[in-house]
Design a protein around this ligand. Structure first.
Ligand code: SF4
Length: 542
């Protein structure tokens, strides 16, 4: 939908009067009035409006350029009434039923309710008002956010689904869901082996219950305040964490983290994750970061990464006065030479192209936050099939090319793309590696170098993050070229190695070595894993 030209924009027609070039303003398709309408549609309160105006978070030039470039993805000037109002989020089986009831009132029956409820009982359900209103309900089957947040028929194995549906009562159904949880591979990649430990001042061994230290530079923290998410992603590879399984990672003691990091000078990054790192209150984040500034023995920590999907699921949180304490903290970090890297997980353009997300991005950037996207490539969400059911390489690649360009326009770094991990309902989100490699190549060669993902597409396995560099021909035979981008032994990253080409395989660690019996790192990996398992056992015995 294009508008007539807003009069105030015509003034920029001749930026340089001496120039013969007439600057076209045809792309300036959004007016102040239209933005005002969008703010009404999003039901912004006075505070949010004030923040947006005072901090110039939605400049007409930017919004117009995004709208004109990507009208097919944009929600800026849509005017259909939102279906969800008031309530911030809907959670659990009752939340799911409430959402279905609101949809039904509006004439939308998504169907397959018992099968979807089975998934909800196994993996949980949580959706924010923002994510629900991001869905195009006129065409929800094709909508990526619908696929991201709503269980779909065919996700869970038919036999288990049939038993659930036919169970005699709610109690019996819940029991079937509990039994199914055992089969969801909650801890793929041997994550339990990554729990770090250290000898404290009293000479005792202390394990960090809510932390992982797998790669030298980066320490993951699963704080007690970040055990929740804004919305739950159906493909979540941390479902044990968000579901609250007994053996999840929870960090309660902050000082323990600093004690450990003081002894590990190789650590440059603290990665606050979860759940969702965006849940951490400013007061608690302050307890983590102030010692980094005040204690010279922690000078080696240069980056604090916050892994959060709040920009996709609840950007309005950032456009409130309550968020000021967090912004002040970001200012302090910037003024003390510590990078706050905000790790978002955008995988479709529509997640960005709405007033709330754009305004929130700019607000964070105004406080020195460096936003990057590590983006999941997931079938049905950011990877698509054609009418025949084959992976549509061109359409899938175009989604990513558009996304990368928009990230560039918003000064967001395109950190990486990663494949579905073999956990949860992996079969639904995955695709043959051979197809994913073709899509990645198309994305890579179509983008200017500054907008390309900073590394090749990867999949996390116990050994590290393994990337597919491309295909090669050796002695007339086609093969995959692989390289670690992170590894349990960082020396492994120096080496490119090969696996037999395979048209159908979707798990990188199931690829067969090309010309050897086993990969060069396998013997050492076994050794490392055995040592870590022994250390873990020692901890369990005490
Ligand atoms: S935000 Fe992350 S942890 Fe939370 S549901 Fe999504 S994938 Fe899982």
């Amino acid at each position: 939908m294009k508008s007539s030209m807003p009069s105030e924009l015509l003034d920029i027609k001749s930026i340089d009067n001496d120039s013969d070039v007439t600057t076209s303003t045809e792309h300036l398709v959004v007016s102040d009035a239209m933005l005002e309408q969008a703010m009404q549609r999003y039901e912004y309160n006075q505070t949010t409006r004030r923040i947006i105006h005072q901090e110039k978070l939605l400049p007409i030039g930017l919004v117009s350029r995004l709208q004109a470039s990507y009208p097919e993805h944009s929600g800026f000037i849509e005017n259909k009434r939102f279906l969800f109002h008031g309530k911030d989020h809907y959670t659990g089986l009752s939340g799911f039923r409430e959402v279905c009831s609101i949809l039904a009132t509006n004439g939308i029956e998504i169907g397959h309710i018992p099968a979807r409820e089975f998934f909800v009982e196994v993996y949980r359900f949580l959706a924010t008002r923002h994510s629900l209103n991001s869905i195009n309900w006129d065409n929800y089957h094709q909508d990526s956010v619908f696929q991201l947040v709503f269980a779909q028929p065919g996700m869970i194995e038919p036999e288990a689904t049939r038993r659930y549906i036919e169970a005699s009562d709610p109690k019996a159904r819940t029991q079937i869901a509990i039994e199914y949880m055992e089969r969801t591979n909650p801890h793929d990649g041997n994550q339990q082996l990554n729990k770090p430990w250290f000898e404290n001042e009293a000479g005792d061994i202390e394990f960090l219950d809510g932390s992982q230290h797998k790669y030298p530079q980066c320490q993951l923290i699963f704080d007690k305040t970040t055990q929740n998410c804004f919305s739950f992603c159906t493909y979540c590879f941390r479902h044990a964490q968000v579901r609250g399984d007994e053996d999840m990672f929870i960090q309660k003691d902050i000082q323990q983290i600093h004690d450990y990091v003081r002894q590990h000078k190789e650590i440059t990054d603290l990665l606050i994750t979860g759940g969702d790192g965006g849940y951490m209150p400013a007061s608690r984040l302050k307890q983590y970061v102030m010692p980094l500034i005040q204690d010279p023995r922690l000078l080696h920590v240069k980056n604090v990464r916050l892994a959060t999907r709040s920009l996709t699921f609840q950007p309005e949180m950032i456009l409130s006065d309550k968020y000021s304490d967090m912004l002040e903290l970001f200012d302090i970090l910037r003024d003390n030479g510590i990078q706050l890297a905000w790790m978002a997980h955008f995988s479709t353009p529509r997640e960005l192209l709405n007033p709330s997300t754009i305004a929130a991005i700019r607000r964070l950037q105004n406080h020195g936050v460096n936003i990057r996207s590590q983006s999941p490539i997931m079938h049905h969400i950011s990877l698509f099939t054609d009418d025949k059911g084959d992976v549509d390489v061109a359409k899938s690649a175009q989604n990513w090319i558009d996304l990368a360009e928009i990230l560039g326009m918003m000064s967001i770094g395109f950190h990486s793309m990663y494949c579905a991990r073999p956990t949860g309902e992996h079969h639904y989100y995955t695709a043959p590696l051979a197809k994913i490699e073709q899509i990645f190549n198309s994305i890579y060669r179509s983008l200017a170098s500054i907008n390309r993902p900073s590394r090749h597409i990867s999949m996390t396995i116990s050994a590290g993050k393994l990337a597919i560099l491309g295909t090669s021909i050796i002695n007339g035979e086609k093969c995959f070229a692989l390289q670690f981008t992170e590894a349990r032994n960082m020396q492994w990253m120096n080496r490119v190695f090969h696996a037999k080409y395979n048209e159908t395989e979707n798990k990188i660690d199931c690829l067969v070595p090309f010309d050897t019996d086993e990969y060069f790192f396998e013997a050492e990996l076994k050794q490392i894993e055995t040592q870590l398992a022994q250390a873990l056992q020692t901890r369990l015995n005490h």
